[in-house]
Design a protein. Structure first.
Length: 305
């Protein structure tokens, strides 16, 4: 196909949002032609090839979801009863991995992907995010389906992987559970694995350009901790604020009080366990805002529920 680079220069510039790459570009590559080339993705994850039956008839054996929140999906009395009988009460934390893929069979395979691209990310924050996903999604579903195998992958740019030490695993070695592994793969590996496959041409080219432009489009280097006096979880902040026992005036989150990070924290319920930086000074700086604004946003969202 012809190059899509010129329209990006002449018309709409490239979308920098991670959700575009995880919910559009990545599926457009690995799911192309009814999952005909899905084995390339499985090889990157270092799992045995699985037979994919994508057609609705007789029964599809793959479920493929982006931006998937298990707690929100377990909806309605029948579904809630089914999961409660299989694995007990579902977790209340609203984790939302970028991709959740289930390949059914005698030993089902669950693949959970947390991806990062242009937004700067600290390794410790990524590990905490994936730890929450493991506890509230993967571990819970393994309790529901004891023969379930799980792969938990961080999908990162090669440059970010190098910043994290270049390891193939993130925060874990091979676990004692042979049915679970946490791995790191890169966008560059996706690009290379699907190079030359015609059914993926458009989105493979979009990914190639995105990688080529990484240095120009990546977010600013993170400088967390420079101005803080303390760290507290969101629930501690709320409780101490309501008890008039909080000596801090400002708190920080990338993007500020109305930024995508805090908005996602509140929408998923992650705010309660998320650690936030606090400072006593009321000095206004980028990404910092009054604690009262945070409390108002949380209380408003909770009242909607």
């Amino acid at each position: 196909m012809g190059s899509i680079a010129q329209p990006l220069k002449d018309r709409l510039p490239l979308n920098r949002k991670e959700v575009y790459f995880t919910a559009t570009v990545l599926p457009g590559i690995i799911c192309a032609e009814d999952f005909a080339h899905f084995e390339h993705f499985l090889k990157l994850l270092r799992v045995p090839e699985s037979t994919i039956q994508a057609a609705a008839s007789p029964i599809a054996n793959i479920q493929f979801f982006t931006e998937y929140c298990l707690v929100e999906a377990i909806h309605g009395d029948e579904t809630k009863d089914r999961f409660k009988k299989q694995g007990g009460d579902p977790p209340s934390s609203r984790e939302r991995p970028d991709l959740v893929i289930l390949v059914d069979g005698l030993e089902p395979l669950l693949i959970v992907i947390e991806a990062k691209l242009y937004d700067g990310t600290l390794e410790a924050d990524l590990m905490k995010e994936m730890d929450r996903q493991k506890k509230n999604v993967l571990d819970y579903l393994r309790g529901c389906w004891p023969r379930l195998r799980t792969i938990h992958a961080a999908l990162l740019p090669e440059a970010m992987k190098s910043e994290f030490g270049g390891r193939e695993m993130l925060g874990e070695s091979e676990e004692s559970l042979p049915s679970h592994r946490r791995v790191i793969i890169t966008w560059e590996q996706i690009r290379d694995a699907y190079a030359g496959i015609s059914g993926t041409a458009y989105f493979s080219e979009m990914l190639r350009i995105a990688i080529e432009e990484y240095d120009n489009l990546k977010g600013d280097q993170l400088t967390f901790g420079k101005y803080k006096d303390n760290d507290l979880s969101g629930s501690e902040i709320l409780n101490r604020y309501e008890q008039h026992d909080l000596p801090y005036r400002m708190m920080g989150r990338k993007g500020g009080v109305h930024g995508s990070k805090l908005t996602e924290d509140i929408a998923t319920g992650r705010w309660a366990n998320q650690s936030y930086e606090l400072k006593e000074s009321s000095e206004v700086r980028p990404n910092w805002f009054p604690i009262s604004d945070f409390v108002n946003r949380v209380q408003t969202y909770r009242h909607k529920d």
